[in-house]
Design a protein around this ligand. Structure first.
Ligand code: ZN
Length: 130
């Protein structure tokens, strides 16, 4: 059995993969080349658990993103309220969960745990796009 991955790591990679695939779709429409993202996408996919990846692909094939955030107990993908037990599990972030209605992987919204102070996180110039 593979050791369970930190959920935050998995979440980040799923988000990145969704974003890259959205970019690629857009690139195809506009005739732009998306060569750089292809390599990155491949490496993300190569490191994804098979079960997660196949579910992701199923959702993508229907034109959906494979992840949705949960805000105030509501799935941002289908806007349905989640059962209380599932909401609590999402908050715990111990495992990757799926919405019972739309099937997306659900994760608690990052901004749900905003710090009370309006301190700005400095943006690193290293993470510029491209
Ligand atoms: Zn949903």
């Amino acid at each position: 059995m593979p050791a369970s991955e930190p959920i935050a790591d998995l979440r980040q990679r799923l988000e990145q993969l969704n974003q890259l695939e959205d970019d690629r779709t857009l690139a195809k429409k506009t005739g732009r080349s998306a060569l750089n993202s292809e390599a990155l996408m491949e490496s993300l996919r190569a490191n994804m658990l098979l079960g997660v990846l196949s579910h992701h692909d199923r959702l993508r094939s229907r034109g959906r993103r494979s992840i949705a955030e949960v805000r105030h107990g509501v799935c941002s993908g289908c806007h349905m309220s989640l059962p209380t037990g599932l909401q609590a599990e999402v908050q715990r972030e111990s495992t990757l969960l799926k919405c019972e209605t739309c099937g997306r992987f659900i994760l608690s919204a990052a901004d749900a745990v905003e710090p009370p102070l309006p301190a700005k996180i400095p943006q690193s110039p290293k993470r510029a796009k491209n």
